[in-house]
Design a protein around this ligand. Structure first.
Ligand code: I3S
Length: 128
């Protein structure tokens, strides 16, 4: 069973290190700036932490910091970022508020897992 964290309101479904860049804010295009984030998929949200020095994989909770940001997946659109990056294994999603992100891993199985996991959450929210 997935762990429950005291400071996260929902069950953690997935967590790990991913390359991340925000490419739009409120529908306005941003300059790409790739960085490494510790990403947690929990409840209706993706939660981003700065790349922690000592992540605690058993719980999904990073060793130190508070979340850097989080994203509400309700109504979000998800696809593969075929034309948005020269990198391989890139997920693209857009929130209802017009924020767009790319998530990338060199590990194809890893990014497939994230794609399926995020898609499942979006579909569950669509049915609610
Ligand atoms: O979509 P773009 O503009 O080709 O994305 C690349 C640029 O953002 C580049 O930054 P500068 O234009 O500031 O040098 C990044 O370094 C690249 O990583 C971006 O492309 P990829 O294909 O890695 O997403």
């Amino acid at each position: 069973a997935s762990p429950r964290l005291p400071d996260l309101p929902h069950e953690v479904e997935r967590f790990g290190l991913l390359n991340k860049t925000k490419i739009a804010e409120g529908g306005r295009k941003l300059r790409k700036s790739w960085g490494v984030s510790w990403v947690v998929l929990a409840g209706n949200s993706l939660i981003f932490y700065k790349d922690p020095k000592a992540p605690v994989p058993a719980t999904g909770k990073p060793g130190c910091s508070r979340p850097e940001s989080s994203v509400d997946l309700r109504g979000a659109a998800l696809d593969w970022a075929r034309d948005l990056s020269s990198r391989k294994n890139v997920i693209h999603f857009r929130t209802v508020t017009g924020n767009e992100f790319l998530l990338q891993s060199d590990d194809e199985a890893e990014i497939q897992g994230w794609y399926q996991g995020i898609r499942a959450v979006i579909r569950r929210l669509d049915r609610e």
